[in-house]
Write a protein that binds this ligand. Sequence first.
Ligand SMILES: [Zn+2]
Length: 476
Amino acid sequence: MALPKQSDDFPGWYQAVVKQADLAEPSLARGTMVIKPYGFAIWEAIQRAFDERIKATGHENLYFPMFIPARLLEKEAEHVEGFAPEVAVVTHAGGEKLEEPLVVRPTSETIIWDAYSRWVQSYRDLPLLYNQWCNVVRWEMRPRVFLRTTEFLWQEGHTAHETAEEAIAESLRILREVYADAAEKVLAIPVRLGRKSAAERFPGAVETYAMEALMRDRKALQAGTSHYLGQNFAKAYGVQFQGRDGTLQHAYATSWGVSTRLVGGVIMAHGDDRGLRLPPALAPSQVVVVPIYRTPEERGGVLEACASLAAALRERGVRVKVDDRDEHRPGYKFNEWEMKGVPVRAEVGPRDVAAGVVQIARRDTGTKESCPATGAGERVSELLGSIQESLLREAAEFRDAHTFRPKDSKEMAGLLGDPGGFMIAGWCGSPACEATVKGDTKATIRYLPLDPEPIDGTCIVCGAQAMEEAAWAQAY
Ligand SMILES: [Zn+2]
């Protein structure tokens, strides 16, 4: 079935790719999804990329329960207010009304900091550097598969520190060394890093840092956030320790997360009118080998050549699949693997076997070449590296070509309508100006500079002295 063109109907294109690449489907409870094996394999590769980096920076994984007593959530006022509209509450269980309702975790700061109050006594117990992989539930009014689902999978890191400086350094380290590194090197998604405005901040955070990416419909995607929580949670949950000077002090907190929404990010950052384009580092199969034959006599020789190509690739650590299904013609297989975004396709027919060559096609550019069978392993490995780099470069060029510096609010509104993208403009710091832009154009401040410097300019909305430059965009 043909996909809608991205330029005609991006949301329709997205939905069709999710379905036709067999990634996921909506499930029965509103806003929930079934992640199918191919989609889950992509998620597992994303998970590995982040988990490796989380551990390499000194963190350990653990696991907390999904049910949180409602009273626990109520201790941090801003936090409970922020999440109240989204939480699901269990009031009945075991055939009875519960004495105390249980919240299904929307995030786990509350239950984790309640435990930290028992785990932390002295500065010697710090820092705590923990992470968990789990599901969370946030009641979603406008669900979209992978991007906004009522239940989603994620990792949430929760760390406790002796000083504010250490906690701030931790949240920035996660942003740069874990999140941005995995996004760019593995997902091939270029990201911009920054701070959130107060309106976009995590409920209960002092500062929220984020990585933001631009999708091919020129809307921004918040791809991951890292929060500096100050002492808010330590005070609400009584996490105190004896400091080096003997006094009792509250610990400083961070929390940070990335989720299955990144699968949606990969689809929308790289996909084209023929379907998914997966970065090789992420692709469940990096190469598909398609045998081409008409007669049973041709079949044996062709399959043998395919098997030896696959063996040569596996020896190099390449993930390869030989599609030897007899019930489908090669053209059908080509379309299917293109839809699923497999980075390289190798074709072997009787004439190739006779000539000792293999036909190789790149999914990202569509270019084809003929290559001696003996050197095919090396050539394909080379191509995989070059596809990985070129997807990142293409996405970065696309983003940079859609980053504008409008001179006034009228020009900004025009550019946000067409073609869309990031608008870099002065901001006075007032929530009212931010709300005006949102009301007029649906654009929000996606990020503010990590290290704000005073600028010589005016607010694009009210014309007052600007505090800093903000990047505005319409976003998922
Ligand atoms: Zn202003």
